[in-house]
Ligand binder design. Structure first.
Ligand code: TXA
Ligand code: MG
Length: 329
């Protein structure tokens, strides 16, 4: 395949080119408000197959269907329960994926053989405009090689998939920065299958019910495989209240360390350091970019100052738990 081309999301002719490539069964990475997605025409099985090859993702792992308008969910799902209707009204377009019983005929290639199909309407205007031109829905897993951190800008996509996909549509930095919340509506009561910026309390407020605490999703779901979302560089987490005391201990002598912190400046022990934020949404927005930068900086080890164990940090802790090989404190 020729080199991956970079398209500019602010140019109408480039959106048209992205749509034409997708229509021709090619892969185009597209911006969303959460992370960049590796998009293929959901109605073209050959194109969907290419997604697994490009990512080196095991077949059998299901893909989220992305739609450009709420009514298009009816092409994938027979019956929309009232809970789905309410959630769509409040949160779409936005970082919420609904898992619902699939319509018969929806390809097992998309659902990984599951009885449910995952659907979301992303909020990035360029991707919505591309889908409108295409007139079809897209499958789009995060646009990273399997097991690696999701990309939050076009450069991250190219660093991982250059030469393996036709194009990337550059729509700038993602505003949410971590993957969408997945709510499983296939059972008797809604269950959060993957935490994200839209929190359990937001969903409870919308539906007027109390949800059971999120169950650990099955190992068959790749986002919940423990070793996932990892930087290339070995990465450890350290609790913020013991950070200063533990930092020297987790740093073998002679190693170059890169510290990602939010409250405790690491001082001279760090060869590289990146400060995040005490605000959980802001922290999430910056987290993957910080990890990608540390991978580029060629440090021997990344040390991350963990945020507090509080509800608003749930989604961030979920991702850090997967990124870190060990956590201390
Ligand atoms: O924010 C996001 O959701 C991003 C952007 C690009 O939209 N996409 C994303 O896709 O994170 P991916 O493939 O990296 O993660 C999707 C998660 C996986 O854990 C997958 O197993 C689960 O959703 N999933 C998708 N379809 C499913 C299905 N039919 N049944 C169960 N789980 C499903
Ligand atoms: Mg992913």
């Amino acid at each position: 395949m020729p080199a991956t081309i970079k398209l500019d999301a602010t140019r109408a002719d480039h959106l048209q080119q992205a749509a034409s490539l997708l229509l021709a069964g090619q892969l185009v990475a597209v911006p969303t408000e959460t992370v960049y997605g590796l998009a293929a025409d959901a109605s073209n099985e050959q194109a969907v197959r290419k997604v697994f090859e490009a990512k080196q993702r095991p077949v059998g792992h299901p893909l989220i269907v992305h739609v450009a308008s709420p009514d298009r969910i009816r092409l994938w799902v027979d019956h929309l329960p009232q809970t789905a209707v309410q959630l769509i009204k409040v949160f779409w377009p936005g970082p919420l994926t609904l898992l619902l019983p699939k319509k018969s005929g929806v390809s097992d290639f998309i659902t990984g053989g599951n009885p449910g199909v995952a659907v979301r309407m992303p909020a990035h205007p360029a991707t919505l405009a591309t889908m409108e031109r295409l007139g079809r829905d897209l499958v789009a897993p995060s646009a990273n090689p399997y097991g690696r951190i999701s990309p939050t800008n076009a450069e991250h996509v190219l660093a991982g998939l250059s030469g393996k996909i036709e194009a990337v549509l550059d729509g700038g930095n993602c505003s949410v920065g971590i993957e969408s919340t997945i709510i499983d509506l296939t059972g008797d009561t809604p269950v959060i299958a993957r935490p994200g910026q839209i929190a359990q309390s937001d969903i409870e407020a919308c539906l007027g019910i109390t949800l059971a605490p999120g169950k650990a999703a099955s190992q068959a779901v790749p986002g919940s495989v423990k070793r996932h979302y990892q930087p290339v560089t070995p990465t450890v987490g350290v609790a913020n209240d013991r950070f200063a005391a533990l930092l020297p201990e987790v740093t073998p002598a002679g190693e170059k360390i890169g510290v990602i912190w939010w409250r405790s400046p690491p001082g001279e022990l760090a060869s590289e350091s990146i400060m995040l934020s005490a605000d959980s949404n802001e922290y999430a927005r910056m987290l993957y970019t910080a990890m990608h930068s540390m991978d580029e900086a060629n440090v021997d080890r990344i040390v991350i100052e963990l945020p507090p164990r509080e509800n608003q940090w749930l989604a961030v802790h979920d991702r850090l738990g997967r990124a870190c090989t060990e956590q201390f404190g």
